[in-house]
Design a protein around this ligand. Structure first.
Ligand code: SAM
Ligand code: FES
Length: 339
């Protein structure tokens, strides 16, 4: 990475609008050159909010007795995919807490039934830290991609965000295992999480450079009322947008979502994210009756709408800024192989 920490500090804190406008324009220009006006979409299926972990920031942490827990079974998950396929989704993201109820065999069975029914679709898993053998089994069952945010590349910071039974070393191990197996791998972090410093963000960028992920998920930290961090401030819109731009410039061909959290802290957050260089949106395909229960943070958007309604809304929002959501798997393609 050419950027020095002083330069990062300047880009993230300057009030000079010409500098920040240019940063975002440059990032969007790079994304336009590679992806044109196309925005990829993924249907997010939040299939369980049971979790064995106790991350201090997360609303579905195991010690949150206020969380109303739910699980979707294989049939319900396939139903979500049926709905999604009809609406033009060609990637399904299965996300959940770390829930041992879904054994490796069950995860493999879910993945292979989706791939059997929809061979033209990609399946992304986002189910946390597992043994390498499990990741391999899921891959062999047909999973194409895996999202596992590293959360922070600063060990001391990691330890302030998680209790002792989680370690940064294991998180990193998982990500390198996923890459080695051949997944399109996504890491990422929250912007403005408690105790985050300029140095930790700098380490995040260096980590991205080292891992060379195909996807990077960043979004603002937003407090949840039943967590240790309930009294901390949310991460800022502007800082998240600038970081999206920096990541696009660092890694031009990366798949970079404008997240729901970004849309939660500002009504136009996702649109602004696209204009700052993001090229993916991930609307919710989960059944409406469970949406509010997958509350990672307070005031999450899009928890009341039917899937089709939500898709229509997002299509309109993206069109309004001159872009189009496309019916495409939206795989990672390294720049040199792009036509
Ligand atoms: N269990 C899986 C894992 O650990 O990767 C996937 C689910 S986890 C809830 C998905 C992501 O939500 C986390 O990686 C974290 O960055 C994000 N998240 C959790 N709590 C959040 C909060 N309060 N504000 C913003 N993002 C949050
Ligand atoms: Fe879900 Fe707008 S994207 S209601």
């Amino acid at each position: 990475m050419n950027l020095k920490i002083e330069e990062l500090n300047y880009l993230l804190t300057t009030k000079n609008e010409e500098v920040t406008d240019n940063l975002k324009k440059k990032a969007r220009g790079i994304a336009d050159d590679i992806f044109g006006k196309k925005i990829y979409t993924r249907g997010l299926i939040e299939f369980t909010n049971y979790c064995k972990n106790n991350c201090y920031y997360c609303g579905i942490r195991r010690e949150n007795k206020g969380a109303i827990r739910y699980r979707l079974d294989r049939k319900e998950i396939i139903n979500c995919c049926d709905n999604g396929y009809q609406l033009g989704f060609r990637t399904f993201v299965l996300q959940g807490g770390e829930d041992a109820y879904y054994t490796d065999d069950e995860v493999c069975a879910i993945v292979s039934s989706i791939k059997e029914k929809y061979p033209d679709c990609a399946v992304t898993l986002s189910i946390g830290e597992k043994k390498k053998a499990s990741y391999l089994a899921f891959f062999n069952a047909g999973a194409d991609r895996y999202l596992l945010r590293h959360e922070t590349a600063d060990k001391k910071h990691y330890e302030r965000l998680h209790p002792d039974d989680m370690s940064f070393e294991n998180r990193k191990r998982c990500l390198y295992d996923l890459k080695e197996i051949g997944y399109q791998t996504g890491c990422g972090f929250m912007v403005g999480s408690p105790y985050q410093t300029m140095e930790s963000i700098y380490k995040d960028l260096r980590f991205i450079e080292d891992l060379q992920p195909e996807m990077v998920g960043i979004g603002p930290f937003i407090p949840h009322k039943d967590t240790e961090f309930k009294n901390y401030r949310a991460g800022s819109l502007e800082m998240t947008l600038r970081l999206l731009s920096i990541i696009r410039i660092m890694k031009p061909d990366v798949l970079l979502p404008a997240t729901t959290a970004l849309g939660t802290i500002h009504p136009m957050g996702r649109e602004m994210g696209i204009l700052a260089g993001a090229n993916v949106v991930m609307p919710n395909l989960s059944p409406v009756n469970v949406r509010k229960k997958y509350a990672l943070y307070d005031n999450k958007i899009c928890t009341g709408e039917e899937v089709a309604e939500c898709r229509g809304c997002l299509d309109g929002r993206i069109k309004s800024i001159g872009y189009n959501i496309v019916t495409d798997r939206g795989d990672y393609v390294p720049i040199k192989n792009k036509k």
